[in-house]
Write a protein that binds this ligand. Structure first.
Ligand code: EPU
Length: 422
């Protein structure tokens, strides 16, 4: 499994129907939030992904009982004595860091490994720590772990902006901790991502009092306790966008189901600019593209701007546009690992600081490539779908972290893609 690769024979137009799963980045913090609850939490529409398995394993190590039935996951806290999220887990999945806020609020103390760097660059957690300290937590570093304690968290006014704007998981951590704090917390410069709003919606079902999630100012009135609830995760806007790019690059025509287009307006805007048609039809979305693609410029931003998690996939598409495009990465300035691999497929891309200048070429050429992160891998698969000849994408485990059965779904749309064990 771990060493699987994808073998893609490019050239097939994608046609047909595809259904998007639940959002990975919504489900991960919501699972962590189950640590706050008394009683059983039921989470529905949870994608079956390596990252989700890792989070559920982490919850088990923190004393939770958990089982999956299809797309439903049941979690219940049984034992609160072990509150250490170990380095080995955090290193493998950075979202593990969002157990810090819930553990601190519920158990008064926690030990969570400080995440290191990863394939998309350095990813500090200074804002998480700052926010939790302002709530009254004492946090110290010991052997690479953040050791946090707080007899009682108190509501506070917290400005959570950093040099790159707001932070998604940082907002989540502070919001989760504040649910059980004494008094009112205001988070200013909060992340506005739909996943933050989904988490707030979940917490409110558990009994929290949160308003303003989805805007830059979130207000949380602390409550005494939270109870398990039943919640359905929002559709994954990045998975949906990835299929849209795949359809567009193959000059295809697909219907995407279980999609929230209102969460994807920046992506839809760029697709239309490139000449791709994106239309609502009976609750689904039809995507079709002509052979001719226009170049465009894009800058990644926090929501509602163009998401960094779609940057690599859009780059593959723009490699075939009729002219030059500029792609600027404002969230993770080093997130360009896919560039060198796309060059192996005949793309013409030049990097200048946080910007990639993409010159459209007439065709892409199949090649063995490998990627070091999830979205970069998706971009290489997209490129492989249209490349002349065969493309082999190595290290598929990166894709399995965030896309459920991507090759099965693509085959359903007519792509020639196989998973092969190495
Ligand atoms: N930042 C700081 N200090 C902090 C936290 C973040 O300076 O304490 C900086 C980061 O270095 C970055 C920017 O703020 O430059 C934004 O990072 P953010 O904290 O928002 O990222 P995250 O919450 O760690 C989530 C997603 C990522 C996605 C980013 C940006 C999850 C589990 N992960 O990460 O998703 O790229 O937001 O939208 O929700 C992916 O799914 O492939 C993925 C990497």
């Amino acid at each position: 499994m771990a060493m699987d690769k994808f073998v893609i024979n490019g050239g097939n137009r994608l046609k047909g129907d595809v259904t998007v799963g639940g959002s990975k980045n919504s489900a991960l913090p919501i699972l962590a939030a189950a640590l706050l609850a008394e009683g059983q939490t039921v989470l529905r529409n949870v994608p079956d992904l390596e990252d989700i398995v890792a989070m559920i394993d982490l919850l088990r190590s923190l004393g939770c009982e958990s089982r999956r039935e299809g797309a439903d996951v049941f979690v219940e806290v049984r034992n609160e004595t072990h509150s250490h999220a170990e380095y080995d887990r955090v290193r493998k999945m950075r979202a593990s860091v969002c157990v810090l806020g819930p553990l601190l609020a519920k158990r008064k103390s926690a030990r969570v490994a400080m995440p290191g760097g990863c394939a998309i660059g350095s990813r500090p957690v200074d804002l998480h720590i700052r926010g939790l300290r302002l709530l009254g937590a004492n946090i110290e570093l010991d052997s690479g772990d953040m050791v946090a304690t707080a007899a009682r968290l108190r509501g506070a006014e917290i400005f959570l902006g950093g040099p790159f704007g707001s932070t998604v998981l940082g907002t989540d951590n502070v919001m989760m901790a504040a649910t059980l704090a004494e008094g009112t917390t205001v988070i200013e410069c909060a992340a506005c991502e739909p996943e933050v709003e989904d988490l707030a919606c979940f917490l409110n079902k558990m009994g929290a009092k949160i308003t303003g999630a989805g805007t830059p100012r979130i207000t949380i009135q602390g409550v005494e306790k939270l109870a398990g609830c039943d919640h359905t995760v929002i559709p994954d806007r990045i998975e949906a966008g990835t299929f849209m790019m795949a359809a567009a690059i193959t000059n295809g025509e697909i219907a995407v189901h279980n999609v929230r287009l209102d969460h994807m307006l920046a992506v839809v805007d760029r697709l239309r600019e490139v000449g791709v048609s994106v239309e609502r039809r009976n609750g689904s979305v039809l995507v079709s593209s002509a052979r001719h693609l226009e170049p465009t410029d894009v800058t990644t931003q926090t929501y509602p701007g163009f998401p960094t998690d779609m940057q690599a996939q859009l780059m593959s598409l723009l490699c075939l546009a009729d002219g030059n495009s500029a792609i600027t990465e404002k969230i993770f300035p080093d997130r360009f690992m896919h560039v060198a691999e796309l060059l192996r497929m005949g793309c013409d891309i030049r990097k200048e600081g946080p910007t990639a200048i993409v010159k459209g070429v007439k065709k892409l050429i199949g090649a063995p490539v490998m990627a070091s992160d999830l979205r970069a891998s998706a971009a290489l698969v997209i490129a492989g779908l249209v490349a002349k000849g065969q493309t082999t994408v190595n290290r598929v485990y990166h894709i399995d972290r965030g896309y459920e059965d991507i090759e099965v779904k693509l085959r359903g749309l007519g792509a020639d893609i196989q998973r092969v064990g190495e």
